[in-house]
Design a binder for this molecule. Structure first.
Ligand code: KG4
Ligand code: ZN
Length: 368
């Protein structure tokens, strides 16, 4: 492949958790990236009865829908498969059944057409998504907060990531989802907790601030989740207002914790790059939809003379456009496809391979 080629069209495929997605992204000359299609099918209905993602159901749903969604994404782009320069697919980290479904489909397409296959790290997709959306220049600080991941990564360049912190136990989205489940607010819980918190009164419940005062940028949310349960049990039966007050207390504990942990990261980043103009904190992942969290992060960024970039919601949550884009960034940086057709699914795959392995793990795969 001609690595200096700047007219690139890539088909992306994502199936690592509970979204089945296919997209076509194009980068033409020095113009902005163009998302020609980005079809996302959420499996929320399949999983909601269980209050969380069921891996077997997810794998089957991906297998059933992938072909149709890929065809729709190609049709909607106005370009055929023949016009693609490469196929990009998430090969980890994530639920292995879903990863296999996506990887097998992508390999079949690549083998049949002779196009190069890029096996992409899902976390790299999130890490580079602000550049697909607009202007983020390297280096920047990324806070990734989703149902499966909670980490702070310094993004120095394509393929050059340094993890500064991550959760020692639950992911932040998971803590929202478990809080919602406990309070019978439905799934996914994050949006429900945010809505309830808006009607809550501060100061009615006293919840811990995990790792407060500790140096570094790691997170811990399982103690907070336990405290929510204990408070709910002590105050039972809960009125509607009690539930709102508890959601409020939970969200406040989360925003204060994020402010402190992210503040530590930005202080360190500023020490490392004192003269960097236009320095940015980027937030990605489904939890980035939370307005209270965004507001807090904006304040923390400004406190360190930085600005907050939040990609649009459709690029924050799981989608295939960010996977196609990661491949485009790799191609134009001259990075070879790597394993190509021999790529294997990886349930765990840290973005920063140098970082120490994480302590926490769970049924949704690597949380780091
Ligand atoms: O990135 P995402 O769509 O999927 C993955 O987990 O990879 O993130 C979904 C997570 C869920 O845990 C959901 O509850 C949470 O993001 N979430 C929110 C909000 N909207 C979605 N959490 C807090 N506040 C929200 N408004
Ligand atoms: Zn994700």
């Amino acid at each position: 492949m001609d690595m200096t080629h700047v007219d690139l069209q890539v088909l992306g495929i994502e199936s690592s958790c509970d979204e089945t997605s296919a997209a076509v992204v194009r980068l033409h000359g020095y113009g902005p990236p163009e998302i020609l299609s980005n079809i996302v099918f959420s499996q929320i209905d399949e999983h909601s009865a269980f209050g969380g993602v069921v891996p077997e159901i997810a794998a089957r749903a991906h297998t059933e829908r992938l072909d149709g969604i890929i065809k729709s994404a190609l049709d909607e782009s106005g370009l055929g498969l023949a016009a693609m320069d490469a196929v990009a697919v998430t090969s980890g980290p994530g639920l292995v059944g879903g990863l296999i479904a996506g990887l097998m489909t992508a390999k079949a397409i690549a083998a049949a057409t002779g196009k190069p296959l890029f096996a992409i790290n899902h976390l790299e997709g999130h890490a580079l998504s602000p550049r697909l959306a607009g202007k983020a220049e390297f280096p920047y600080v990324l806070l990734l907060v989703s149902g499966g991941h909670t980490q702070i990564v310094v993004v120095k360049g394509v393929g050059d990531y340094e993890r500064w912190g991550s959760t020692l136990d639950d992911a932040l989205g998971e803590a929202f989802d478990k809080t919602a489940k406990l309070l019978a607010l439905g799934y996914p819980g994050g949006p429900q907790v945010e809505i309830m918190a808006a009607d809550g009164v501060s100061g009615c419940f006293n919840l811990p601030r995990p790792l407060r005062g500790e140096p570094g940028c790691d997170f811990s949310f399982s103690g907070l989740k336990t405290a929510v349960r204990q408070n709910a049990e002590a105050a039972a039966p809960l009125s509607q207002q009690d539930v709102a007050n508890l959601c409020r207390a939970f969200q406040e504990a989360v925003t204060e914790t994020l402010a402190e942990r992210v503040g530590n990261a930005l202080g360190r980043f500023r020490d490392d790059y004192p003269d960097l103009a236009n320095a940015a904190l980027v937030v990605a992942g489904g939890v980035a939809a939370n307005a209270a969290i965004r507001g807090t992060l904006k304040d923390v960024a400004e406190h360190h003379s930085m600005h907050l970039i939040a990609p649009p919601p459709e690029l924050c949550s799981d989608n295939a456009a960010m996977i196609a884009w990661a491949a485009i960034e790799r191609i134009r940086s001259g990075i070879e496809p790597g394993d190509g057709l021999a790529a294997a699914p990886r349930a765990r795959w840290p973005l920063d391979e140098q970082a120490a392995p994480m302590l926490g793990s769970g049924k949704r795969g690597a949380k780091a």
